[in-house]
Design a protein around this ligand. Structure first.
Ligand code: DX5
Ligand code: ZN
Length: 219
């Protein structure tokens, strides 16, 4: 089953409650929340108080993508705020294995993200400890960028390792430039959670936008 995770980075921040509710009503599976610190990526977005504020507006899992340095400092705060999935970047964690287990101890699903320039090997040693690998299909920091086709081989590599270790249940999420035009290719390579920011929130009819991505993904 393919999951579509609308990213609120492209939503109207003055009405996040109704924006997440529309994504849920429109058939989204998870709500993707992009946290940026102005250090790991050249942009600043939001923190745990915003996650708490949107929590009552949807029953969907909140999928929190931490694009921050030293994410271990904030994992408990995001879990308490209502995050169900917490993803840290391999590039931001000196002690990745420890950080993954901190996330699990908080009762959240643990994800590890890789930038386009980071090899798949950076996640290999923790594959049996985690619930999701997030393969960035753009350089993180901004919505509305173009999909990088070279990331498809990394998706295939990680899916093949997951099959080898008997963990086909581990999600592969893709994030960046995902739309009707790119969904089929990433799913064909082995992704099963598709983040979509501008492809959902730049369109007035969010249900139609989500349905179009799902149709392409499930072909
Ligand atoms: C980028 C973020 C993405 C962003 C994707 O750094 O991690 O989640 O919202 O935006 P689109 O789907 O517009 O490429
Ligand atoms: Zn993201």
């Amino acid at each position: 089953m393919i999951k579509i995770a609308p990213s609120i980075l492209s939503a109207d921040f003055s009405k996040l409650g109704s924006e997440v509710a529309e994504a849920e009503a429109g058939g989204g599976d998870w709500i993707h929340v992009d946290v940026m610190d102005g250090h790991f990526v050249p942009n600043i977005t939001l923190g745990p108080p915003i996650v708490s504020a949107i929590r009552p507006h949807t029953k969907l899992p909140l999928d929190v993508h931490l694009m921050i340095e030293q994410p271990e400092r904030y994992i408990a705060d995001f879990a308490k705020a209502g995050a169900n999935v917490i993803t840290v970047h391999a590039e931001a964690c000196v002690h990745l294995h420890r950080v993954v287990h901190m996330i699990k101890e908080q009762g959240a699903l643990a994800g590890v993200a890789l930038n386009p320039g980071t090899p798949a090997y950076a996640v290999k040693e923790v594959l049996s400890d985690i619930d999701m690998v997030l393969i960035m299909t753009v350089n993180p920091g901004f919505g509305g960028q173009s999909f990088i086709p070279g990331t498809l081989s990394k998706i295939r590599q990680v899916r093949s390792w997951l099959n080898e270790i008997g963990r086909p249940d581990v999600h592969i999420e893709v994030d960046g430039g995902i739309a009707e035009e790119t969904a089929a290719a990433v799913v064909g390579a082995g992704a099963d959670v598709l983040v979509a920011g501008s492809a959902v929130y730049s369109r007035p009819d969010r249900a139609a936008a989500i349905a179009a991505i799902r149709k392409s993904a499930e072909q």
